[in-house]
Design a protein around this ligand. Structure first.
Ligand code: DGT
Ligand code: CA
Ligand code: CA
Ligand code: ZN
Length: 573
């Protein structure tokens, strides 16, 4: 079974953490982190590349040493260097670094001064007031650590990003399709509802002979451990730690089982209650009147029996969708095909991997009408952000290129930094020459909620502010959102004719679903954009559309469903 890109990225990130604690050369540490990001965002299977004998060093940032390491991971599933480094590093030191306020330096201090190697030991020491006495710590930081520990414990570490779940699901379903005994296959559960994180995979199959299907599943070679097995239901843990439930169901029950196992639990319980009112029993085997099964082959049949139209999986959270369905007011959810362009992307001018032309051609292949190039501004020095002169140069380059391009138009844009005082990182003289401006917070995440909110709204006062990018700055499982009053920000955006972005990068998915819904209810329109750093990244758009759908958004609620002239008009405030 091919090693997943996410697995390789995970190994490199872990190695980088440990090396950092060890005090290794920062350049080396960064090389591993860059490689992790590169692999995770590649959009094709590195494993396949290795098997096909492709030259990995052709990828930017991957030298011979990293290529050898990738090959080792693909071939053995492990990296000996990581194991050696782990053996030298005590306990859970690398996990401690996931506490947002603890960098490698402070983790090292905690270890050397107090012998702390686990979250429990850290909690204990902090509660006894020992941490505040250490150099580089204080009363305040001790409190913050305790808060973070409580949060980290609440946050279920085991949930994985939708993108990683998708890779695992694709590999597994490809394998399952090979079995003659298996007919239909659907990955149900939170994965089918497109939640931004997934606890485990719930796979349903129909089969001619139950045992044949199950036997095939249990022979999957990415299985680390079989946790339980039976004729119609088994649970396994994959090598990545992800658990998978497989259920074999008869065709007459497929729709009912799909409905039950897609959940959410609270949605299906509500449907079942509706059934009871009408004298039906609804479970994973079907809809029953007495002992007689009267429906269950399709989900549509199940809904029809309780007098409702089909409800899309993304809406099944028992958040008003039953009422909307009853009144015939379900949203007509935005779909991938509705999008006419992407409004956030980077090229080699800053931290992207491809040229203007390559990005344009990739957007054209997707059938887009337009792609906005929005490089970082100078404040983001790490990404070689553009200053006035370089941006002016890019404006001219795009104008020239647009004359040659057919069937696609590049929009001149910028991802301009919102500075701490709410001013923008580039002067209006140059901003006004652009088609649109995406504005981002990249620094000073730790401002108070009040200050952060005021900062962003002040930035929106600038007449060239169009779209607030990744509005909460979260990185799923890595960095929590900064404190900000989104309701105020959204109100301010509506008043000023600005928009917010749903950043479709699978590490971000920012705005999260509930905020998409909030925007919809407030009447604020959103952009769904990939923040692509390569042509392959343009594919991430589907993850943004998923979250938009979970937020009940329709095509009209998304600005990049508009044709070019209408879009350009929306960018003029
Ligand atoms: P997850 O895995 O935490 O991301 O979320 P789900 O929604 O995939 O939850 P999971 O895997 O525990 O169960 C899959 C579906 O099976 C769930 O959405 C609804 C259904 N289900 C599971 N346990 C129960 C239960 O005790 N009662 C009912 N009515 N349905 C259940
Ligand atoms: Ca699940
Ligand atoms: Ca499950
Ligand atoms: Zn960006």
């Amino acid at each position: 079974m091919p090693t997943q890109n996410a697995h390789i990225a995970h190994i490199f990130n872990k190695l980088a953490d440990l090396l950092e604690i060890e005090g290794a050369n920062p350049f080396r540490v960064r090389a591993y982190r860059n490689a992790a990001r590169k692999v995770a965002n590649l959009g094709r299977s590195v494993s396949d590349m290795v098997i096909a004998g492709e030259d990995l060093t052709a990828l930017t940032g991957i030298g011979k040493d990293l290529a050898d390491k990738i090959r080792e991971i693909v071939e053995t599933g492990r990296l000996s260097q990581l194991e050696e480094t782990e053996a030298k590093t005590p306990g859970e030191l690398s996990r401690l670094m996931r506490i947002a306020t603890l960098g490698p330096k402070r983790v090292k201090t905690l270890y050397q001064e107090l012998g702390i190697t686990s979250r429990e030991a850290l909690k204990d020491a902090a509660e006894k007031g020992k941490v505040q006495e250490l150099e580089g710590f204080g009363k305040k930081s001790e409190q913050v650590i305790l808060e973070e520990l409580r949060r980290a414990n609440r946050q279920d570490d085991a949930r994985i990003k939708l993108f990683e779940a998708e890779q695992a699901a694709t590999n597994l379903t490809t394998f399952l399709k090979k079995a003659k005994a298996i007919k239909a296959i659907t990955v149900a559960g939170s994965f089918r509802r497109k939640k931004d994180t997934v606890g485990d995979l719930d796979i349903l199959v129909t089969s001619k002979r139950g045992s044949g299907a199950m036997k095939h599943f249990l022979a999957y070679d990415d299985i680390h451990k079989v946790l339980s097995q039976g004729k119609t239901r088994s649970t396994v843990a994959l090598r990545s730690g992800l658990q998978v439930d497989l259920r074999v169901v008869p065709e007459v029950s497929y729709g009912a089982a799909l409905h039950y196992f897609t959940g959410s639990k609270s949605h299906t319980v509500a449907i079942r209650k509706l059934g009871v009112k009408q004298g039906y029993k609804i479970n994973e085997y079907g809809v029953f009147k007495g002992d007689k099964r009267i429906a269950g082959r399709t989900e549509k049949e199940v809904y029809a029996k309780v007098g409702l139209p089909y409800i899309e999986p993304e809406l099944r959270e028992n958040q008003g969708e039953l009422q909307a369905a009853r009144k015939g007011r379900l949203p007509e959810l935005v779909a991938l095909k509705d999008l006419r362009g992407d409004l956030h992307s980077h090229t080699i001018a800053t931290d992207g991997q491809s040229s203007l032309e390559e990005m344009a051609q990739a957007a054209k292949r997707r059938g887009y009408e337009y792609l906005a190039i929005t490089e970082h501004s100078k404040k983001v020095a790490m990404a070689r952000g553009l200053n006035v002169e370089r941006l002016a140069g890019q404006i001219e380059a795009i104008d020239r290129l647009n004359e040659e391009l057919e069937g696609i138009i590049l929009l001149k844009g910028i991802e301009v930094d919102i500075l701490e005082d709410g001013s923008l990182d580039l002067p209006n003289d140059i901003l006004k020459r652009l088609d649109l401006r995406v504005c981002s917070v990249h620094y000073n995440h730790r401002l108070s909620r009040k200050k952060q909110t005021a900062r962003i709204i002040r930035a929106m006062d600038n007449p060239y502010f169009n779209i607030l990018a990744h509005p909460t700055g979260r990185l799923i499982n890595e960095r929590k959102p900064y404190a900000v009053d989104l309701e105020k920000v959204m109100t301010a955006a509506i008043e000023r004719g600005c928009f917010l972005e749903i950043n479709a990068n699978p590490d971000r998915l920012d705005l999260a679903d509930r905020y998409c819904r909030m925007a919809k209810e407030m009447g604020l329109k959103l952009a769904v954009s990939t923040d692509a750093h390569s042509p392959a990244n343009l594919d991430f758009i589907r993850f943004g559309v998923d979250q938009a759908r979970r937020g009940w958004l329709e095509a009209d609620d998304v600005i990049n469903t508009r044709g070019l002239s209408e879009l350009k008009a929306m960018m003029k405030r």
